[in-house]
Design a protein around this ligand. Structure first.
Ligand code: C2E
Ligand code: MG
Length: 702
């Protein structure tokens, strides 16, 4: 510490020996005393620091403290007071003094440091450009915290707001290491590795930044999150001489945001982690597993026949069941393992630290048994079984996304083998996963690359044996795999949300094609059936798309039949019902597809929404010998006649099936017996022969 020449202004209000003490301070090389509160006329020597007694004498001198300190500028002033009058010191700092000390309550070292600090600060202030001086004096009095450091990191100024925010007492003057400890933790609570990231350091290096969130951490109080702006301080010659930061407390607003974020990370129904959080946790678990060289398992769980629970018992029961499944999952899992809800009736689990790979199977078996036990939901006893797919890190994949997909593929395999079982992901399934990924990627471009095509399957009116309509069936002309049926890509379209744009394309294309056939072959009554996925009913664009297609083609809306699934009507959910209502208002016909496959069907017919239904293939395929199916089909047709609803049967492959349907007075039939779905050109040929009276289709007909 270099020696300073000190001017003492005061009338000796402090004990006389204080002055004596001062002379012995290492920083003090020269001491002059004045009792007049005036700068000595003869200022031939250099004053480094003024010590100013702040007491009643000042007011007696007739000047205000602010005037006096301003008058003493540009010399740095340290106010002297006693502990019992500490407020005077604080007032002096507010009035522009660099610091204050209580002469009866300070060690020699601290006093020395305080003087030295005031000198440095004064020197810097005198070098500051005039704009920076103004800016700093404004900053000192704002509500934001302000800290000024010199070019080596000494804290020169902490404004009152900063002291209040950080809980720093007015007298405490940070030591030179403070720069390293002040907000040395970033917003995630991790220490900055690089000291150039420290807020004060950044500012005094001349970097201008805003909204750096950092944590102020001290043992005495809870963490405070600060949002900090910083910049360098320059002298009149634009030389960097320090830095200033301003900051505000964002602890509360961050807590609120974090709470919202947290809410966005958890599934509302079950309280489990949602997709994104689970994937994040899995990624971290993979990191741990990699470091420990220990295996990790991802489980994909899907409830068998959950849809039928929803359809038969209603959504509330379905929801309650999902909540119970989540509770069971959580109660079975060991500490350290975690679970999430992937969507609908799909759950995901991560198992860690299970020792040998085979133990994952034991865990899956345990889950399988527990989830298969009876559920008491409302007044119902519900039984469901899970299908579980297991993928292992690192064998099945080394990213969270890949592991989940692999487990999903394995789950699908478990389902295919009858459900209620678990299945490991294997190399044989690998090919399937790769194909699925390729399909998923390809589907995103299928529309723009014109790879979708519609095939059309004729529908015959059994009363007249004439072709009266066509069902439009989507195909994907895949560049590598060739023509793919909907079963291969429809689930991906639906789960990726691409179903909306693909569905729009189907509607527009089918309507255009029908309009063209109607005109070309003068068949104004020819109708088209278009399949809708359940999600499409939830999208309000659907009504707009249908009405635009009608307007574009000038088709009679009664020639368009939209096929929806049973559950969509039965569930009576407001959004879907509103869409159905609007569609009906457009004049298009609505038809229930796959009738007879779900547990409830009859009541969906009685609500006036549908004009027809399609008996599902599974009912028809064994109708020749399955007496129960025969009874169902007969009853369904009889009931439909009573309700004035049209009945179509699909999947008719044999003459005997056709005969049976005729005997029940089924209205329409469709199936390989009559014609397979075909490209539009072939349908054109069929239509031509139909109007020429040389039906190509009646060959198979009895
Ligand atoms: P779906 O509506 O029940 O369509 C009838 C399905 O049965 C078609 O399969 C058709 O090729 C097939 N089929 C017709 N006659 C027979 C027969 O005699 N025997 C047998 N075994 N099968 C027959 P496809 O084209 O593979 O379509 C499957 C399902 O994909 C459709 O079932 C429909 O639910 C859905 N789908 C097709 N196109 C679309 C579409 O554009 N949008 C939506 N959302 N779904 C579509
Ligand atoms: Mg259909």
């Amino acid at each position: 510490m270099s020696g300073h020449s000190i001017l003492y202004l005061g009338r000796g209000e402090f004990a006389a020996d204080y002055l004596g003490e001062l002379e012995t301070l290492p920083c003090c090389t020269y001491l002059t005393r004045s009792t007049s509160f005036e700068l000595p006329e003869d200022a031939s020597y250099i004053v480094d620091l003024i010590l100013l007694e702040v007491g009643p004498m000042i007011s007696q001198s007739g000047q205000s403290l602010t005037d006096l300190i301003n008058h003493l500028a540009p010399y740095p002033v340290v106010a002297l007071t006693r502990k019992e009058h500490e407020h005077r010191g604080i007032a002096a700092v507010r009035a522009g003094a660099q610091a204050y000390i209580c002469v009866d309550d300070i060690s020699v070292e601290d006093q020395d440091a305080a003087f030295d600090h005031a000198v440095k600060r004064g020197r810097m202030q005198s070098r500051l450009s005039s704009t920076d001086v103004t800016v700093l004096s404004i900053l000192r009095n704002i509500n934001d915290g302000v800290i000024v450091v010199d070019d080596v990191g000494h804290v020169l100024d902490i404004n009152p707001a900063a002291r209040t925010l950080l809980g720093i007492s007015p007298r405490m003057q940070p030591d030179p290491t403070w720069e390293q400890t002040f907000c040395c933790v970033d917003e995630n609570g991790d220490s900055y590795r690089n000291s150039a990231d420290l807020p004060l350091m950044r500012a005094r290096m001349g970097e201008k930044y805003s909204d750096q969130v950092a944590i102020y951490r001290t043992p005495e109080q809870p963490d405070i999150a600060l949002s900090i702006n910083g910049q360098g301080l320059f002298d009149g010659k634009r030389d960097l001489i320090g830095g200033v930061i301003t900051f505000r407390d964002v602890t509360e607003s961050r807590r609120k945001t974090q709470e919202l974020e947290k809410r966005a990370q958890f599934d509302e129904l079950t309280g489990l982690a949602n997709r994104s959080l689970f994937a994040e946790q899995l990624t971290r678990a993979i990191g741990r597993s990699q470091r420990k060289s220990a295996p990790l398992a991802a489980l994909f769980i899907d409830l068998d026949r959950f849809k039928s629970v929803n359809d038969t018992l209603g959504h509330d029961i379905g929801d309650a069941l999902l909540r119970q499944v989540a509770e069971r999952l959580q109660s079975i899992l060991r500490v350290g393992d975690f679970s999430g809800r992937w969507g609908g009736d799909e759950f995901v689990v991560c198992l860690e630290d299970f020792g040998e790979a085979g133990n994952a199977a034991a865990a899956a078996q345990k889950l399988l048994l527990a989830l298969s036990e009876k559920y008491d939901v409302g007044n119902s006893e519900v039984y469901v079984t899970p299908s579980i797919g297991i993928s292992m890190y690192p064998d099945s994949g080394n990213t969270a996304e890949r592991l989940i997909k692999a487990a999903d593929v394995a789950m699908f395999e478990a389902k295919k083998r009858g459900g209620g079982r678990f299945q490991y992901y294997s190399t044989a399934l690998n090919a399937k996963l790769e194909q699925r990924e390729e399909l998923e990627a390809g589907l995103r471009h299928a529309l723009v690359r014109n790879e979708f095509v519609l095939h059309y399957q004729p529908r015959i009116d059994l009363a007249t044996n004439r072709l009266i309509g066509l069902e439009a069936l989507l195909r994907w002309n895949h560049p590598r795999f060739g023509l793919l049926p909907p079963a291969r890509f429809l689930p991906i379209l639906e789960s990726s949300g691409l179903i909306h744009s693909a569905g729009e394309w189907v509607i527009a294309t089918a309507c255009r094609q029908l309009a063209s056939w109607q005109r070309r072959f003068e068949l104004p009554d020819l109708s088209i059936t278009i399949n809708l996925s359940p999600q499409q009913l939830l999208h309000n664009r659907l009504v707009e798309v249908v009405s635009r297609s009608l307007a574009d083609t000038a088709l009679d809306p009664g020639c368009i039949e939209l096929e929806i699934c049973d559950g969509d009507v039965v569930q009576q959910r407001t959004a879907e019902l509103e869409t159905l209502r609007q569609l009906r208002r457009l004049g298009v016909r609505l038809s229930l597809d796959h009738f007879g496959t779900r547990d409830v069907s009859f009541e969906s017919l009685d609500n006036g929404f549908v004009d027809s239904f399609v008996l599902d293939q599974t009912l028809i395929s064994d109708i020749e010998e399955n007496k129960s199916h025969q009874r169902i089909v007969r009853a369904a047709i009889a009931m439909a006649q009573g309700l004035d609803i049209e009945v179509a049967a699909e999947g008719v492959e044999t003459v005997r099936q056709l005969d049976f349907l005729k005997s029940c007075n089924c209205d329409l039939v469709q199936g390989f017996l009559i014609s397979r779905p075909m490209q539009s050109e072939k349908i054109s040929a069929i239509l031509r022969s139909e109007i020429a009276g040389t039906s190509l289709l009646s060959r198979g007909m009895p």
